[in-house]
Design a binder for this molecule. Sequence first.
Ligand SMILES: [Zn+2]
Ligand SMILES: [Zn+2]
Length: 305
Amino acid sequence: MTEPQGDNAVDERETSDGVGPDDHRAPADAFAALSDPLRVSILRELSAHHRTSDEAAIGFADLRRRVGVRDSGRFRYHLNELRDRFVEKADGGYRLTHAGVQVVAAILAGTYTAGVSMGTTELESDCPICERPAVATCEDGRCRVACENDHALFQWSVPPSAAADATLPEIVDLAELLAFQAIEQALAGVCPQCYDPIETGIVVDGPPRPVFRAGCDSCGARIVGPASFCLLVDPDVVAFCRRHGLTLRDDHVWEFPFVRDDEGISVVDEEPVRLAFEVSLEGKSLSATVDERGHVTAVETGGDE
Ligand SMILES: [Zn+2]
Ligand SMILES: [Zn+2]
Protein backbone atom coordinates (compact mmCIF):
# COMPACT_ATOMS: atom_id res chain seq x y z
CA MET A 1 0.00 0.00 0.00
CA THR A 2 1.35 3.40 -0.87
CA GLU A 3 1.74 5.47 2.21
CA PRO A 4 1.10 9.20 2.31
CA GLN A 5 4.01 11.36 3.24
CA GLY A 6 4.10 14.77 4.83
CA ASP A 7 7.29 16.41 3.80
CA ASN A 8 8.61 19.63 5.21
CA ALA A 9 11.38 19.86 2.67
CA VAL A 10 12.79 23.33 2.28
CA ASP A 11 12.83 24.59 -1.27
CA GLU A 12 16.42 25.53 -2.09
CA ARG A 13 15.90 26.88 -5.58
CA GLU A 14 17.48 30.15 -6.52
CA THR A 15 17.19 32.20 -9.65
CA SER A 16 20.04 31.91 -12.18
CA ASP A 17 22.12 34.71 -10.69
CA GLY A 18 21.83 33.14 -7.25
CA VAL A 19 19.67 35.91 -5.83
CA GLY A 20 15.96 35.26 -5.57
CA PRO A 21 13.30 37.93 -5.83
CA ASP A 22 12.44 39.67 -2.55
CA ASP A 23 9.59 37.36 -1.62
CA HIS A 24 11.46 34.18 -2.49
CA ARG A 25 14.92 34.79 -1.09
CA ALA A 26 17.18 31.80 -0.69
CA PRO A 27 16.07 29.95 2.45
CA ALA A 28 19.73 29.43 3.40
CA ASP A 29 20.07 33.23 3.78
CA ALA A 30 16.90 33.42 5.82
CA PHE A 31 18.09 30.75 8.22
CA ALA A 32 21.56 32.31 8.39
CA ALA A 33 19.85 35.42 9.73
CA LEU A 34 18.69 33.28 12.66
CA SER A 35 22.14 31.83 13.36
CA ASP A 36 22.74 33.83 16.55
CA PRO A 37 20.79 32.94 19.71
CA LEU A 38 20.44 36.66 20.46
CA ARG A 39 18.46 37.12 17.25
CA VAL A 40 16.17 34.29 18.22
CA SER A 41 15.67 36.03 21.60
CA ILE A 42 14.76 39.25 19.79
CA LEU A 43 12.12 37.40 17.77
CA ARG A 44 10.76 35.72 20.90
CA GLU A 45 10.45 39.05 22.72
CA LEU A 46 8.75 40.68 19.74
CA SER A 47 6.37 37.74 19.69
CA ALA A 48 5.70 38.02 23.43
CA HIS A 49 5.00 41.74 22.96
CA HIS A 50 2.72 40.94 20.03
CA ARG A 51 0.71 38.54 22.23
CA THR A 52 0.45 40.72 25.32
CA SER A 53 0.17 44.30 24.09
CA ASP A 54 -2.34 46.30 22.09
CA GLU A 55 0.52 48.31 20.60
CA ALA A 56 1.71 46.69 17.40
CA ALA A 57 5.31 47.92 17.68
CA ILE A 58 7.83 48.14 20.50
CA GLY A 59 10.51 50.85 20.81
CA PHE A 60 14.24 50.14 20.41
CA ALA A 61 15.20 50.79 24.06
CA ASP A 62 12.25 48.83 25.38
CA LEU A 63 13.01 45.87 23.17
CA ARG A 64 16.73 45.94 24.10
CA ARG A 65 15.79 45.93 27.79
CA ARG A 66 13.43 43.00 27.34
CA VAL A 67 16.04 40.98 25.50
CA GLY A 68 18.53 41.88 28.22
CA VAL A 69 21.42 43.31 26.17
CA ARG A 70 23.38 46.28 27.58
CA ASP A 71 25.53 47.04 24.58
CA SER A 72 23.28 49.11 22.36
CA GLY A 73 25.61 48.86 19.33
CA ARG A 74 25.71 45.09 19.51
CA PHE A 75 21.95 44.94 19.92
CA ARG A 76 21.40 47.24 16.93
CA TYR A 77 23.69 45.06 14.77
CA HIS A 78 21.69 41.90 15.48
CA LEU A 79 18.35 43.66 15.13
CA ASN A 80 19.44 44.97 11.73
CA GLU A 81 20.34 41.46 10.63
CA LEU A 82 16.68 40.54 11.15
CA ARG A 83 15.32 43.66 9.44
CA ASP A 84 13.04 43.41 6.40
CA ARG A 85 12.83 39.64 6.40
CA PHE A 86 11.60 38.94 9.93
CA VAL A 87 11.35 42.35 11.60
CA GLU A 88 10.07 45.65 10.24
CA LYS A 89 9.99 49.21 11.48
CA ALA A 90 6.53 50.60 12.15
CA ASP A 91 4.92 53.28 14.31
CA GLY A 92 8.23 54.43 15.77
CA GLY A 93 9.23 50.92 16.84
CA TYR A 94 9.76 47.38 15.63
CA ARG A 95 7.42 44.51 14.98
CA LEU A 96 7.45 41.05 13.39
CA THR A 97 6.75 40.68 9.69
CA HIS A 98 4.43 37.89 8.57
CA ALA A 99 7.51 35.66 8.03
CA GLY A 100 8.70 36.64 11.51
CA VAL A 101 5.43 35.54 13.09
CA GLN A 102 5.64 32.22 11.23
CA VAL A 103 9.24 31.53 12.17
CA VAL A 104 8.67 32.30 15.85
CA ALA A 105 5.67 29.99 15.86
CA ALA A 106 7.84 27.26 14.34
CA ILE A 107 10.63 27.86 16.87
CA LEU A 108 8.20 27.79 19.80
CA ALA A 109 6.61 24.62 18.41
CA GLY A 110 10.06 23.00 18.26
CA THR A 111 9.84 22.40 14.52
CA TYR A 112 13.54 23.16 14.01
CA THR A 113 14.85 21.50 17.13
CA ALA A 114 13.60 18.19 18.41
CA GLY A 115 11.82 15.63 16.27
CA VAL A 116 9.65 13.22 18.25
CA SER A 117 11.05 9.71 18.58
CA MET A 118 9.00 7.18 20.51
CA GLY A 119 10.03 3.63 19.66
CA THR A 120 7.43 1.06 18.69
CA THR A 121 3.89 0.20 19.86
CA GLU A 122 1.43 -2.45 18.71
CA LEU A 123 -1.96 -0.89 17.93
CA GLU A 124 -5.38 -2.41 18.54
CA SER A 125 -5.76 -2.92 14.83
CA ASP A 126 -4.67 -5.54 12.30
CA CYS A 127 -2.97 -5.26 8.95
CA PRO A 128 -5.76 -5.73 6.36
CA ILE A 129 -3.34 -7.58 4.07
CA CYS A 130 -1.91 -10.27 6.38
CA GLU A 131 -4.00 -9.77 9.55
CA ARG A 132 -0.93 -9.41 11.76
CA PRO A 133 -1.06 -6.57 14.30
CA ALA A 134 -0.46 -3.05 13.03
CA VAL A 135 2.64 -1.57 14.65
CA ALA A 136 3.30 2.15 15.00
CA THR A 137 6.73 3.77 15.13
CA CYS A 138 7.70 7.40 15.47
CA GLU A 139 11.20 8.44 14.44
CA ASP A 140 12.24 12.07 14.31
CA GLY A 141 8.68 13.30 13.95
CA ARG A 142 7.75 10.78 11.28
CA CYS A 143 4.91 8.56 12.41
CA ARG A 144 4.66 5.28 10.52
CA VAL A 145 2.28 2.32 10.78
CA ALA A 146 3.11 -1.07 9.26
CA CYS A 147 2.82 -4.76 10.21
CA GLU A 148 5.65 -7.20 10.96
CA ASN A 149 5.58 -8.20 7.29
CA ASP A 150 6.32 -4.58 6.47
CA HIS A 151 3.03 -3.83 4.75
CA ALA A 152 3.07 -0.03 4.91
CA LEU A 153 -0.31 1.20 6.16
CA PHE A 154 0.16 4.87 6.94
CA GLN A 155 2.82 7.56 7.32
CA TRP A 156 2.71 11.22 8.27
CA SER A 157 4.79 13.79 10.15
CA VAL A 158 3.76 15.29 13.48
CA PRO A 159 5.07 18.52 15.02
CA PRO A 160 6.98 18.10 18.33
CA SER A 161 4.70 20.47 20.26
CA ALA A 162 1.61 18.47 19.35
CA ALA A 163 3.24 15.20 20.30
CA ALA A 164 4.90 16.30 23.54
CA ASP A 165 2.77 14.45 26.11
CA ALA A 166 1.04 11.96 23.85
CA THR A 167 1.26 8.17 23.70
CA LEU A 168 2.15 6.57 20.39
CA PRO A 169 -1.45 5.47 19.63
CA GLU A 170 -2.53 9.07 20.30
CA ILE A 171 0.17 10.32 17.94
CA VAL A 172 -1.14 7.97 15.25
CA ASP A 173 -4.65 9.42 15.72
CA LEU A 174 -3.23 12.94 15.52
CA ALA A 175 -1.18 12.09 12.43
CA GLU A 176 -4.30 10.75 10.70
CA LEU A 177 -6.22 13.91 11.61
CA LEU A 178 -3.40 16.13 10.29
CA ALA A 179 -3.10 14.07 7.11
CA PHE A 180 -6.78 14.45 6.24
CA GLN A 181 -6.81 18.13 7.12
CA ALA A 182 -3.85 18.53 4.76
CA ILE A 183 -5.57 16.57 1.97
CA GLU A 184 -8.74 18.63 2.42
CA GLN A 185 -6.74 21.86 2.27
CA ALA A 186 -4.75 20.70 -0.77
CA LEU A 187 -7.99 19.77 -2.57
CA ALA A 188 -9.19 23.31 -1.85
CA GLY A 189 -6.07 24.47 -3.74
CA VAL A 190 -4.14 25.76 -0.73
CA CYS A 191 -0.77 24.38 0.42
CA PRO A 192 -1.16 23.06 4.00
CA GLN A 193 2.41 24.22 4.79
CA CYS A 194 2.79 27.69 3.28
CA TYR A 195 -0.75 28.56 2.03
CA ASP A 196 0.43 29.23 -1.54
CA PRO A 197 -1.62 27.69 -4.36
CA ILE A 198 -0.97 23.94 -4.68
CA GLU A 199 -1.59 21.52 -7.54
CA THR A 200 -3.32 18.20 -6.91
CA GLY A 201 -3.80 15.26 -9.23
CA ILE A 202 -4.49 11.57 -9.68
CA VAL A 203 -1.74 9.43 -11.19
CA VAL A 204 -2.87 6.13 -12.75
CA ASP A 205 0.27 4.82 -14.39
CA GLY A 206 3.17 3.30 -12.47
CA PRO A 207 1.93 2.19 -9.05
CA PRO A 208 -0.41 -0.80 -8.99
CA ARG A 209 -3.34 1.46 -8.31
CA PRO A 210 -4.30 5.13 -8.62
CA VAL A 211 -2.43 7.54 -6.39
CA PHE A 212 -3.34 11.01 -5.18
CA ARG A 213 -0.50 13.52 -5.30
CA ALA A 214 -0.16 17.15 -4.29
CA GLY A 215 3.01 19.20 -4.59
CA CYS A 216 3.76 22.80 -3.71
CA ASP A 217 6.24 24.69 -5.92
CA SER A 218 6.74 27.35 -3.26
CA CYS A 219 7.75 25.32 -0.20
CA GLY A 220 8.32 21.80 -1.51
CA ALA A 221 5.53 20.23 0.57
CA ARG A 222 4.11 17.10 -0.95
CA ILE A 223 1.34 14.64 -0.24
CA VAL A 224 1.18 11.12 -1.67
CA GLY A 225 -1.48 8.55 -0.86
CA PRO A 226 -4.02 6.13 -2.32
CA ALA A 227 -6.61 7.88 -4.51
CA SER A 228 -9.26 6.49 -2.17
CA PHE A 229 -8.12 9.06 0.43
CA CYS A 230 -9.94 11.67 -1.69
CA LEU A 231 -13.22 9.96 -0.79
CA LEU A 232 -12.56 10.38 2.91
CA VAL A 233 -12.80 14.17 2.74
CA ASP A 234 -16.08 14.17 0.81
CA PRO A 235 -19.06 14.98 3.09
CA ASP A 236 -21.43 12.52 1.38
CA VAL A 237 -18.96 9.65 1.57
CA VAL A 238 -18.08 10.53 5.17
CA ALA A 239 -21.80 10.53 6.07
CA PHE A 240 -22.33 7.15 4.34
CA CYS A 241 -19.40 5.65 6.27
CA ARG A 242 -20.69 7.10 9.55
CA ARG A 243 -24.13 5.54 8.95
CA HIS A 244 -22.35 2.21 8.63
CA GLY A 245 -20.18 2.54 11.68
CA LEU A 246 -16.91 3.86 10.27
CA THR A 247 -15.42 7.25 11.14
CA LEU A 248 -11.90 8.59 10.89
CA ARG A 249 -12.23 9.62 14.52
CA ASP A 250 -12.80 6.08 15.81
CA ASP A 251 -11.29 3.92 13.07
CA HIS A 252 -7.92 3.91 11.37
CA VAL A 253 -7.75 4.87 7.74
CA TRP A 254 -6.38 1.45 6.68
CA GLU A 255 -9.51 -0.16 8.21
CA PHE A 256 -11.79 1.44 5.61
CA PRO A 257 -12.52 -1.35 3.09
CA PHE A 258 -12.23 0.89 0.03
CA VAL A 259 -8.82 2.09 1.22
CA ARG A 260 -7.45 -1.38 1.90
CA ASP A 261 -8.98 -3.31 -1.04
CA ASP A 262 -8.13 -2.92 -4.68
CA GLU A 263 -11.55 -4.11 -5.83
CA GLY A 264 -14.11 -1.46 -6.54
CA ILE A 265 -11.75 1.06 -8.16
CA SER A 266 -11.84 1.48 -11.92
CA VAL A 267 -10.26 3.96 -14.28
CA VAL A 268 -13.18 5.22 -16.40
CA ASP A 269 -11.16 7.73 -18.41
CA GLU A 270 -7.45 8.31 -18.82
CA GLU A 271 -7.37 11.72 -20.55
CA PRO A 272 -8.32 13.45 -18.36
CA VAL A 273 -8.30 10.86 -15.60
CA ARG A 274 -11.61 9.87 -14.08
CA LEU A 275 -11.95 7.17 -11.42
CA ALA A 276 -15.06 5.29 -10.34
CA PHE A 277 -15.31 3.79 -6.84
CA GLU A 278 -17.82 1.17 -5.75
CA VAL A 279 -17.98 1.15 -1.96
CA SER A 280 -19.90 -1.48 -0.05
CA LEU A 281 -20.57 -1.32 3.71
CA GLU A 282 -22.98 -3.52 5.65
CA GLY A 283 -24.59 -4.59 2.36
CA LYS A 284 -25.24 -1.00 1.24
CA SER A 285 -23.49 0.49 -1.73
CA LEU A 286 -22.17 3.84 -2.75
CA SER A 287 -20.70 4.89 -6.10
CA ALA A 288 -18.39 7.86 -6.37
CA THR A 289 -16.53 9.51 -9.22
CA VAL A 290 -13.21 11.28 -8.74
CA ASP A 291 -11.79 13.67 -11.35
CA GLU A 292 -8.21 14.26 -12.46
CA ARG A 293 -7.59 16.75 -9.64
CA GLY A 294 -8.81 14.35 -6.94
CA HIS A 295 -12.18 16.00 -6.41
CA VAL A 296 -15.21 13.81 -5.81
CA THR A 297 -17.62 14.89 -8.54
CA ALA A 298 -20.58 12.56 -8.05
CA VAL A 299 -21.83 10.36 -5.24
CA GLU A 300 -24.77 8.00 -5.47
CA THR A 301 -26.00 5.65 -2.80
CA GLY A 302 -28.07 2.48 -3.22
CA GLY A 303 -31.86 2.89 -3.35
CA ASP A 304 -32.75 2.30 0.31
CA GLU A 305 -29.93 4.41 1.71
ZN1 LIG B 1 0.64 -7.07 6.82
ZN1 LIG C 1 3.72 25.25 0.17
